[in-house]
Design a protein around this ligand. Structure first.
Ligand code: ATP
Ligand code: MN
Length: 478
């Protein structure tokens, strides 16, 4: 047999083509004649047409949903509805059987919950095929965006001894025998005997190391896995997720916001340009899901309109204090419709508040800046009011926070003082403080949660459905 050609390339060909071979998996087999084959290269199936007279009935029986086959024949224009091309097969090989009696995926629609329980097979469905092709393209576009701007992709560590935010939620890493822990004289666990000679964990963020890179290379970004032992079972949190963290020397908060907005718009546009059929499929899926909701909870726009809308309009930019006033005076708050009433300046916004601002009040993405310092990390630049810091969070419709960033505190004394206030050990983080001691400069950066971005672009409502193998509390099977 000649080398096979992937279906996305076949679909670009001008028929007729005398002999070519495709390989893929059977989606459906109708009337002993029409085999819909998908090879994962694109959303579309290729219709393979056979003359049942020419085949052994035993072979025909093995053409079942999910079976891997090779088909060789002539590519011709299709007269049937639904496709432009079809392959008139002279030869079919079964490469892998898929017995219908035991195959969990039937040729019908399965719920996302069912598919989550069969995550090892779900990538074979049209919805997940579309999601993971788009996830790939987003990753590609991210690298492209930063590369063409001269950013250096910096690989920050996954195993680390520091807890970037002092916030807990860490996965500890150890090679100690948990049944026989070594103890110090005063009975504490003796980490000097652990692999690294001290306590270690999986990273929650590459930012602190990223800042060190920016102080030498100017513009850097990280793109790697991060881990948080969050025991919150939400549709927006994973225990293992991917984060993109650019860090820019000589950028202030406005430069930071401008970059983040340009970046987000660029990667959305990239997917719009490259995945029209995948997006159309996902838009229809979402519309069907939304049609089951009560009228008031439905979004006015379909998925494609939403993506175009985000690209076409500037993000709203407001301070925390302005957002607080809007929320406090909102009819929602007055009618006590928030689970957490908005009363006290300084409170952290809950996702219900973020969604109110984005979905009800502004009806577009919102960047909130200058948060109270008590609810933000120690490294954010302190404002002169003594109360707020140069933070910026980007909030998205349907998602809530998608980006968290800030201008960093570059003044050594201020940083040290804030660390002491928060009982963060300057000795442990001496290397971080050194970046302020030796040629420190104004700089800024942000973190984009990759899966939340994939959620927004694909319209998938649960974050578990945009990562191949989600890790959440009590769930690590696949
Ligand atoms: P949230 O308040 O939603 O928990 P956060 O304030 O903990 O977010 P950051 O520490 O600022 O988030 O992390 C940067 C970005 O990483 C967030 O804006 C979000 O997009 C993403 N992110 C944070 N935690 C998770 C998680 N558990 N799963 C997936 N993405 C996450
Ligand atoms: Mn969080």
């Amino acid at each position: 047999m000649p080398q096979h050609i992937r279906i996305r390339e076949v679909l670009l060909m001008e028929p007729p083509k005398p002999s070519l071979t495709i390989k893929g998996w059977v989606r459906s087999f109708r009337n002993d004649q029409f085999i819909a084959v998908n090879d994962g290269s694109c959303h579309e199936n290729l219709q393979v047409v056979i003359d049942p007279q020419q085949y052994d009935p035993a072979l025909l029986k093995r053409i079942t949903t999910g079976a891997a086959i090779a088909a060789q024949g002539e590519l011709v224009a299709s007269i049937g509805r639904g496709q432009k091309l079809e392959l008139k097969a002279q030869h079919i090989d079964i490469l892998g059987d898929c017995p219908a009696e035991t195959y969990p995926l039937q040729p019908k629609k399965h719920s996302l919950e069912f598919l989550r329980e069969h995550a090892h097979l779900r990538m074979r469905t049209q919805t997940f095929g579309a999601v993971f092709r788009i996830r790939h393209s987003l990753a590609y576009a991210i690298h492209h965006f930063f590369h063409q701007k001269g950013f250096i992709y910096l690989h920050t560590p996954i195993l680390t001894a520091n807890d970037a935010e002092g916030a807990g939620e860490l996965f500890q890493v150890t090679t100690l025998d948990l049944k026989q822990l070594p103890r110090t004289e005063n009975g504490e666990i003796d980490y000097s005997q652990d692999f690294f000679g001290r306590k270690a964990n999986l990273t929650v963020s590459g930012q602190l190391e990223g800042e060190l890179g920016a102080m030498a290379l100017g513009l850097i970004y990280t793109f790697g896995p991060t881990f948080r032992a969050e025991n919150s079972n939400t549709t927006r949190h994973l225990a293992e997720f991917w984060m993109i963290e650019p860090e820019m020397a000589f950028y202030d908060l406005h430069d930071n916001m401008n970059l983040a907005e340009e970046f987000i718009k660029y990667i959305i546009q990239y997917v719009l340009d490259h995945h029209p059929t995948d997006l159309e499929w996902l838009a229809n899926r979402l519309q069907e899901e939304e049609s089951k909701k009560p009228q008031t909870e439905r979004s006015g726009m379909n998925l494609l309109e939403k993506l175009h809308f985000v690209i076409a309009h500037p993000f709203e930019r407001i301070t925390y204090t302005e957002a607080f006033e809007i929320l406090k005076n909102s009819p929602y708050n007055k009618k006590k419709k928030f689970q957490f009433p908005v009363e006290r300046w300084g409170m952290d916004f809950q996702s219900e508040h973020e969604r109110y601002l984005v979905e009800k009040h502004f009806q577009k993405p919102v960047i909130i800046t200058d948060y109270p310092k008590e609810i933000k990390a120690f490294y954010m630049r302190q404002n002169d009011d003594g109360k707020t810091v140069r933070a910026m969070d980007i909030l998205f419709p349907g998602i809530g926070e998608i980006v968290g960033g800030s201008q960093r505190e570059e003044r050594y004394d201020r940083l040290l003082h804030r660390m002491q206030e928060l009982h963060i050990s300057p000795n442990e983080l001496y290397w971080y403080l050194d970046s302020r001691k030796f040629g420190g400069c104004p700089h800024s950066g942000f973190g984009l949660g990759f899966e939340r971005m994939v959620q927004f672009v694909t319209g998938m409502t649960n974050i578990r459905d945009v990562i191949p193998f989600p890790r959440t509390p009590k769930n690590i099977s696949f």
